[in-house]
Design a protein around this ligand. Structure first.
Ligand code: SAM
Length: 258
């Protein structure tokens, strides 16, 4: 059974506590949006599960949004549909109700990933699209040098890509999603070439893994990164990333059709 907080949050983080600044730092990136649109193809009715503040919802589609956290629902712009208060593990829709479905940066938080994905498959006729991170790749990022606890947390939370594919069944493809240097959606790897941005505590708070580590780890990260930026040590080792137009990290899109 899914446990809900006072805010309604149903995953492993309480967005009532950490979610208030989410939409300021996690703005949809148009280049990533293209990968999602391509994966959804011609789907007209689209379900968005764990919809949050509505990133990547496409005005050309008839979107139904599901979002359990009140704090996240409140950040949805007025031009978007109101989100339904429900959870992935128990979707209040009929079998095959939607042409397509998507869940973006969300599955790692669910209490039962298999059940949630099976539910998405049940209510969707066409493609189910999952934007997530490959846990086998999350530690291959410079942040691991400065905040290993954060990426260990990510590696533990994200389901294996094979597990996602198995739960969805059917014909499944997994594609890497290149991250642009000026990515507007502030997940950790979005700052691959802009390390200074992660010195902003509010930017870190918009990436839920940081809420799993203690103050000591956060302070050590801040001290060590500031020191290495000031001395030039970061740039000596990782500085070429500042000029790399796109980064292939752990971000993947999984697409399954029945
Ligand atoms: C990192 S946010 C992503 C929000 C949005 N999809 C985006 O791309 O910005 C994760 C979202 O998943 C939601 N979530 C967590 N557990 C859930 C569950 N069991 N069912 C549905 N949504 C859930 C959270 O409330 C949160 O809004």
């Amino acid at each position: 059974m899914t446990t809900r907080t006072e805010d309604g949050s149903a995953g492993d983080v309480d967005y009532g506590a950490i979610g208030s600044g989410y939409s300021s730092y996690r703005r949809p990136d148009e280049r990533i949006a293209r990968h999602i649109a391509e994966a959804l193809g011609t789907a007209r009715t689209v379900l968005n599960v764990g919809a949050g503040s509505g990133s990547y919802e496409n005005a050309a589609q008839a979107v139904t949004a599901v979002e359990p956290s009140e704090s996240m629902r409140a950040q949805r712009p007025a031009r978007l549909v109101r989100a339904i208060d429900a959870v992935a593990e128990n979707l209040p829709f009929a079998d095959g109700e939607f042409d397509g479905a998507m869940t973006l940066f969300s599955v790692h938080q669910w209490s039962d990933v298999q059940a949630g994905l099976r539910e998405m498959r049940r209510v969707t006729r066409g493609p189910v699209v999952v934007l997530t991170c490959d846990p086998a790749l999350v530690r291959d990022f410079w942040l691991y040098r400065y905040a290993p606890e954060v990426l260990d947390t990510e590696a533990r939370r994200y389901p294996a890509v094979e597990e996602v594919a198995a739960a969805l069944g059917g014909d499944c493809t997994v594609r890497a999603v290149p991250i642009p240097l000026d990515c507007t959606d502030g997940f950790n790897e979005a700052y691959y070439g802009r390390p200074e941005k992660l010195l902003d505590p509010a930017a870190r708070q918009a990436c839920s893994a940081w809420s799993f580590v203690d103050d000591l780890a956060r302070e050590r990260f801040d001290t060590d990164l500031r020191r290495d930026l000031a001395s030039g040590a970061w740039d000596e080792e990782f500085g070429s990333l500042r000029r790399r137009p796109v980064y292939e990290g752990s971000l993947v899109v999984v697409r399954a059709v029945p």
